[in-house]
Design a protein around this ligand. Structure first.
Ligand SMILES: [Fe+2]
Ligand SMILES: [Fe+2]
Length: 475
């Protein structure tokens, strides 16, 4: 899908040393590059193993994260091949979580760095990296210092300045831009963002220096700057920088217009207009090695930015099966028929397993003597029923719902799980959002309504009053 955003960069940046006339003679596109995030490389297993109890002939080896761990190296190879062959790609930006377990397994970084080196050697194109929370930590197998050493040829070799105690650096991109590669991670606690006043001051200084040199500053960091789904900053707060709107306001007013991020594993573009009327865009890009298996290519001029999602549609399955044992012919045939569709099946199997596990009382951490136990247990039981039972036909959910005047629309989905997983896959896909009046969202919301009316209403006497008694006794 190709998209274009138009804006006037010059309105927000005071260029002091480059005149407008100097731009006229240059080529049409100022910057052409590929941007990928969250490669989450894993060292492949020698033999496929099941990480959970997934009852599926094809995707039995899917995992809780729904990431294609064993295939990750081959997906990265295909991505780099595409970037090498694409004349529209002058260089490659990667915004962190380059590997999956970098804090514990140094070999992952060594493998990826070798792939990057081969790419630069073959294509003559430069890679610029940013560190992610899976990549390094102060008390881990890969420290920030190690990260800078291992990826020395992938951004740091071009650096104008490198921060001593984290992985931030700056480098010029083309004739008109300067990359500020910001380490937004907390190297003490992987799960939290690490933005500090000190880091922001550094960004301010670098933006000022870029403008003084007649260059537009652009920012790349691992954590998101803006919400990429409703109230992300509340429900998914570790994925977005602290005080994100204040930070966005400051960055926009310092002349930063373009921000490239990852971490959330979904593709989206969000924009914010600062108190002084300056616009800033956050291009969040999904994980390369999870469905929809995408990265983006960008063409930037002073007036517009064109971006396009690029999809991994194939990998070298001969090489894959030579390295890893245990793939069936059916799996390989499906991968060769369409690797992206295979990735979607893999994602759904992993997500279903994770959610099924989560819908257990012990998994939710609700003890049997909790005052909420019976209520939650009833609601969860009802939800599992409407997700698992056939939607249509004799005794199906559609028929049951009709008794409560809830109309479940006809569709090709067999169960509520199929609908829910399609919505999850669409969320990861980012570009193909389901709207509130779509069949999928309608079915899902009506299934929830059915749980509320059917299950909770029929147990009101036994459960609600008992719960109410427990709550009053507790007060
Ligand atoms: Fe990630
Ligand atoms: Fe991350």
């Amino acid at each position: 899908m190709k998209k274009i955003l138009c804006f006037v960069l010059t309105a927000v940046i005071l260029l002091t040393t480059v005149s407008a006339a100097a731009f006229a003679a240059e080529k049409e596109t100022d910057l052409s590059f590929a941007f990928a995030s969250d490669l989450h490389y894993n060292v492949p297993e020698e033999e496929l193993t099941a990480s959970g109890e997934i009852d599926d002939e094809i995707y039995w080896y899917a995992n809780r994260r729904a990431a294609m761990e064993n295939e990750s190296g081959w997906i990265i190879d295909e991505f780099l091949n595409q970037c090498a062959e694409n004349d529209e790609v002058d260089f490659v930006l990667i915004s962190g979580d380059i590997v999956d377990n970098g804090r514990a397994i140094a070999q992952e970084h060594i493998d990826v760095a070798a792939k990057f080196a081969a790419f630069e050697e073959k294509s003559g194109k430069q890679i610029y990296v940013t560190v992610g929370n899976h990549d390094a930590g102060y008390n881990s197998e890969t420290t920030p210092e190690d990260f800078k050493r291992i990826y020395a040829d992938f951004g740091y070799d071009q650096a104008l300045t490198v921060v001593e105690d984290d992985c931030s650096y700056t480098a010029n991109l083309g004739e008109k831009y300067r990359l500020i590669s910001l380490d937004s991670c907390n190297h003490d606690a992987s799960t939290e963002d690490g933005m500090t006043a000190k880091k922001l001051s550094w960004v301010k200084e670098q933006a000022k220096l870029a403008k003084a040199d007649g260059r537009y500053p652009i920012l790349m960091m691992h954590h998101n700057l803006l919400d990429h789904m409703p109230v992300q900053s509340i429900f998914s707060k570790n994925f977005i920088v602290k005080f994100h709107l204040t930070t966005a306001d400051l960055l926009a007013n310092w002349g930063i217009k373009l921000v490239f991020t990852g971490h959330e594993h979904c593709s989206d573009v969000a924009t914010y207009t600062s108190s002084l009327g300056n616009k800033i865009y956050d291009f969040a890009t999904t994980s390369l090695t999870m469905y929809p298996l995408q990265y983006r290519t960008f063409n930037v001029t002073e007036k517009e930015i064109k971006y396009e999602a690029q999809t991994i549609e194939k990998i070298d399955t001969d090489s894959l099966t030579a390295a890893i044992g245990g793939y069936s012919q059916e799996q390989i045939d499906l991968m060769n028929a369409g690797f992206n569709a295979y990735g979607k099946g893999f994602l759904k199997a992993g997500v279903q397993w994770r959610l099924t596990r989560s819908l257990k009382m012990e998994q939710m951490g609700i003890e049997e003597d909790s005052i909420f136990y019976d209520l939650v247990n009833t609601a969860v039981g009802g939800l599992r029923k409407v997700l698992e039972q056939p939607l249509y036909g004799e005794g199906g959910i559609q028929q049951l719902a009709a008794e409560y005047n809830i109309e479940i629309p006809d569709s090709n989905y067999e169960t509520g799980w199929d609908v829910a997983l399609e919505l999850v896959a669409a969320h990861y896909g980012g570009e193909e959002a389901f709207y509130f009046d779509s069949t999928e969202v309608t079915i899902f919301l009506r299934l929830v309504a059915l749980v509320l009316r059917d299950d909770l209403s029929t147990v009101a006497d036994e459960v609600f009053f008992e719960a109410a008694n427990k709550i009053f006794a507790h007060l």
